[in-house]
Write a protein that binds this ligand. Structure first.
Ligand code: PRP
Ligand code: URA
Length: 211
C-alpha cells in the first residue's frame, strides 16, 4: 500500500498546535481545515487534466482543467471536520457519508449510516482523521469497493503503524496520505502520542476514554 507521510515544516507546525491539549475546539476546527488542505493537494497530485483553452487579458493559452470526477466521503463524525477543506479546494465534488463508530471498550467499529452517490469511475477521497487500529478505514474502503469504486484514496490526519499495517495487508493497492505517522496504539487503542479523541476535540464533547 503506498503510504505518503507529509513532510513540510508548515504541516509540522500546525500538527503540533492540533495535538496540544490546550487547543480549544474553535482553534482545533480551523487548524484541522488548514492541515486537510495539504493532504488534499498531495492526494490529488496525479489526477488527470484536460486542456481548457482560455484568453488571459494578454493572449490565448491552452489552460488546464481537472479531468476527474471526484467523490469525497467523510467518515462521521470526525471526518466532517475535514470536509469543508475539500469542498473549498474542489467545489465540484459529490459528497457521500458513512457513519462509523468505535465501541469504547472493544475498539470495534460499527456502521450506523451510509448515503453514497455513484462511485464507480470516480476518484473517491475518504477523509477520516484518525487511522488507529484501521478497523473503521477497512470497513469504509470495503464498502466503497463493494459499491464499485476502483480509485479510492484515504486521507488521515494521524496514523498509527498498526492501522497502516492492517490496510497494507487488506488493500495493498490503497494509497494512504497522512500528516503524521505516530509511534503506536495504547492499551485502549488510542494513538500515542496522538491528539486524543478527534471527534471530542472537534465538537467539544470531552471524554477521557483514551486516558
Ligand atoms: C474515530 C476516528 C476513526 C476511528 C479510528 O472515530 O474518526 O473513524 O476512530 O479508529 P480505528 O482505526 O481504530 O477504527 P470514533 O469511532 O471515535 O467516532 P466519532 O468520529 O464519531 O467520534
Ligand atoms: N480515534 C480517535 O479519535 N483517536 C485515537 O487516538 C484513536 C481513535
Amino acid at each position: 500500500m503506498p503510504l505518503t507521510v507529509l513532510q513540510h515544516p508548515v504541516v509540522d507546525h500546525w500538527m503540533t498546535r492540533l495535538r496540544d491539549k490546550r487547543t480549544d475546539p474553535a482553534q482545533f476546527r480551523v487548524i484541522c481545515k488548514r492541515l486537510t488542505a495539504f493532504l488534499v493537494m498531495e492526494a490529488t497530485r496525479d489526477l488527470p487534466v484536460e486542456t481548457d483553452p482560455i484568453e488571459t487579458p494578454l493572449e490565448a493559452i491552452e489552460g488546464r482543467a481537472l479531468g476527474a470526477d471526484i467523490v469525497v466521503v467523510p467518515i462521521l463524525r470526525a471526518g466532517l471536520g475535514m470536509l469543508e477543506a475539500v469542498t473549498d479546494i474542489l467545489p465540484h465534488v459529490s459528497v457521500g457519508y458513512v457513519g462509523l463508530e468505535r465501541d469504547h471498550t472493544t475498539a470495534q467499529a460499527r456502521t450506523y449510516y451510509c448515503k453514497l452517490p455513484p462511485v464507480a469511475g470516480s476518484t473517491v477521497l475518504v477523509v477520516d482523521p484518525m487511522l488507529a487500529t484501521g478497523g473503521s478505514a477497512e470497513m469504509a474502503v470495503d464498502l466503497l469497493y463493494r459499491e464499485g469504486a476502483r480509485d479510492v484514496r484515504l486521507l488521515a490526519m494521524v496514523a498509527a503503524p498498526e492501522g497502516v499495517k492492517r490496510l497494507q495487508t487488506k488493500f495493498p493497492e490503497l494509497p494512504v496520505f497522512t500528516a503524521a505517522l505516530d509511534r503506536q496504539l495504547n492499551a485502549l487503542k488510542y494513538i500515542v502520542p496522538g491528539l486524543g479523541d478527534f471527534g471530542d476535540r472537534l465538537y467539544g464533547t470531552g471524554s477521557s476514554a483514551h486516558e
